[in-house]
Design a protein around this ligand. Structure first.
Ligand SMILES: Nc1ncnc2c1ncn2[C@@H]1O[C@H](COP(=O)(O)OP(=O)(O)OP(=O)(O)O)[C@@H](O)[C@H]1O
Ligand SMILES: [Mg+2]
Length: 246
């Protein structure tokens, strides 16, 4: 569905992504895992057109794809950023309406989508409240809902469950399971290995800007020579145990 070949990106003299290749297949959830600084957010930013000076190639349903240029195809993509991207001085309802408008939805479509996504975020009762009065978990839930307003067929999720209590995390996770059951394709970045194990059909492991292994959790365990290992053990074996504070 979306294929990334030899993607590279540098911030001035720091190479953040370095020849990374992977693909998200139709209907699957691909986990993009990697230590801090591995280049996951940078790669996703290239895929949604936030960074444009990348090298390599992208293909959307087999056709060459330049996200910064192709608004029509980019419209099929949903993006849930690692940093909360909401307007603090707008209400939940106004934020969702604005994201719908930015994604080209008409007024009637927006009204329906706002209702549906407030429900999905569990925020119907707080829809008239300003986002700056929301807890971290409520903001995370709305951040996810904002990325879904235009019913994308592939959603790129950059740590959507970080920094929230178990209740919100569970709510967010159930939403992702539901999206997957509805046939939406997902690229999912997380540091919670048990979430990745539960949700993802395949896992791509990134380290120092490159994808160093791709496969089902079972395949990765077999490749690592320890077929009984869980994902956390495999991850540490493949990416090493040293801290990544650059
Ligand atoms: N705006 C920036 N300017 C300069 N360097 C950056 C910038 N953003 C990221 N980097 C560097 O690029 C590399 C990759 O960072 P990136 O944020 O893509 O990693 P990540 O895998 O998303 O990490 P995390 O798990 O901590 O979110 C790191 O070395 C980081 O310091
Ligand atoms: Mg990141």
């Amino acid at each position: 569905m979306l294929k990334i070949e030899e993607l590279s990106y540098s911030y001035q003299d720091r190479q953040a992504v370095c020849g990374a290749s992977f693909e998200v297949r139709e209907g699957e959830c691909l986990g993009l895992l990697g230590p801090n600084g591995a280049g996951k957010t940078t790669a996703i930013s290239c895929m949604v057109g936030l960074l444009s000076a990348w090298q390599g190639a992208m293909f959307w349903h087999g056709e060459p794809f330049q996200p910064a240029l192709q608004a029509s195809d980019r419209g099929q993509l949903g993006f849930v950023p690692q940093e909360i991207a909401l307007y603090a001085n707008l209400t939940a309802e106004e934020n969702l309406d604005l994201f719908g408008e930015l994604n080209g939805l008409g007024k009637a479509e927006r009204r329906k989508a706002v209702e549906k996504n407030l429900e999905l975020a569990g925020l119907v009762d707080r829809q008239k409240d300003l986002v700056r009065t929301f807890s971290g978990g409520m903001q995370r839930r709305l951040n996810l809902a904002a990325g879904l307003m235009h019913s994308p067929s592939l959603v790129l999720l950059d740590e959507p469950t970080v920094g929230v209590d178990p209740q919100s995390r569970n709510h967010l996770f159930e939403t992702l399971l539901q999206l997957k059951a509805d046939g939406v394709s997902l690229l999912y970045t997380t540091h919670f290995m048990e979430e990745a194990q539960r949700l993802c059909d395949r896992i791509a492991i990134m380290n120092e800007g490159s994808v160093i292994a791709v496969g089902t959790p079972q395949e990765l365990a077999e490749q690592s020579g320890e077929p009984e290992s869980d994902l956390e053990k495999i991850f540490l074996k493949l990416t090493g145990r040293s801290l990544r504070d650059d």
